[in-house]
Design a protein around this ligand. Structure first.
Ligand SMILES: NC(=O)c1ccc[n+]([C@@H]2O[C@H](COP(=O)([O-])OP(=O)(O)OC[C@H]3O[C@@H](n4cnc5c(N)ncnc54)[C@H](O)[C@@H]3O)[C@@H](O)[C@H]2O)c1
Length: 255
């Protein structure tokens, strides 16, 4: 098989609908020669149904990234499908409603802790769970929303993403010796299930429509997914701890 990801064995988390960024990653990766194993959270029969819509139906492994027993058994369950991993995609975020939507000053620690556990710490948990399957040349890629700025309504998810961006740099530091890279794609707003659960998300949509120098299609996960695939490939061999913006250029502007 030819293609950017020919022969690569990838674990892709985060598919819940065919609008999920992870779904586009899995699709484009398969189209470019990769073998894809998906993980699903909670609604397994739904994820299995979505997996059938890929060019090649992908196996789905259950993974709640906060469940130590799921993480401990992950290598063994992945090995039922592939003999190792060349790449891992973290496309996971969650925050209870109280941590979003303008309630920054009122959100309590228990809900904030949940957001950080699922959206930040899990990047490290997923990486370490997959390490026994990975060799030098391996690539771990996650998704962020530019955490260098305070955004309206994003609130504690923004703090979680700031932690994720830092965690990716620390993974780059600690996994570099093994030849494993960690990078993030910072995507502009996309209409996914996670995005729809953010009250006031349309403020981002309007801002991007008005300001992104290249323009921005809120319904096209392709550009972010292609960047993830590029970072999974052999074409960024000396890049780690990096954040690639796929946002129509929005981040580069001042007023
Ligand atoms: N949609 C956007 O505007 C946007 C922009 C930038 C970054 N991102 C990021 O992209 C990533 C994917 O989100 P999406 O927009 O494709 O939405 P999505 O709703 O399709 O995906 C979110 C995924 O997180 C999974 N998840 C939640 N809790 C989990 C847990 N405990 N264990 C395992 N999986 C769990 C869900 O099952 C779901 O598949 C997230 O990190 C999100 O923050 C999204």
């Amino acid at each position: 098989m030819s293609g950017l990801l020919a022969g690569k064995r990838l674990l892709v988390t985060g598919v819940i609908t065919d609008a999920s960024i992870a779904f586009s990653v899995a699709k484009i990766a398969q189209e470019n020669g990769a073998t894809v194993v998906l993980t699903g959270f909670g609604r397994m029969s739904l994820v299995e149904r979505i997996a059938k819509r890929l060019p090649q139906e992908a196996p789905v492994i259950e993974l709640d990234v906060t469940d130590p027993s799921h993480l401990d058994s992950l290598p063994q369950r992945v090995r039922a499908h592939v003999d190792g991993l060349d790449g891992v995609v973290h496309s996971i975020a969650f925050g209870p409603q109280s941590v979003l939507g303008g309630e920054f000053l009122n959100a309590g620690w228990a809900d904030v802790a949940k957001a950080l556990e699922v959206s930040t710490y899990s990047y490290k948990s997923l990486a370490t769970a997959c390490l026994p399957l990975m060799d030098a040349g391996g690539s771990i890629v996650g998704l962020t929303f530019d955490a260098t700025k305070a955004w309206p309504v994003y609130d504690w998810m923004g703090v979680a993403k700031a932690g994720l961006e830092s965690a990716s740099r620390y993974l780059a530091l600690h996994l570099g010796k093994q030849g494993i890279r960690s990078n993030l794609v910072s995507a502009g707003p996309l209409r996914t299930m996670a995005a729809k659960s953010i009250p006031g998300f349309e403020q981002f949509e309007d801002a991007w429509a008005q300001r992104a120098p290249l323009g921005w299609d809120l319904t096209d996960q392709g550009p972010a997914a292609r960047a993830v695939c590029a970072l999974l490939s052999d074409w960024f061999p000396a890049t780690t701890g990096e954040i690639v913006h796929v946002d129509g250029g929005y981040h580069a502007l001042g007023a």
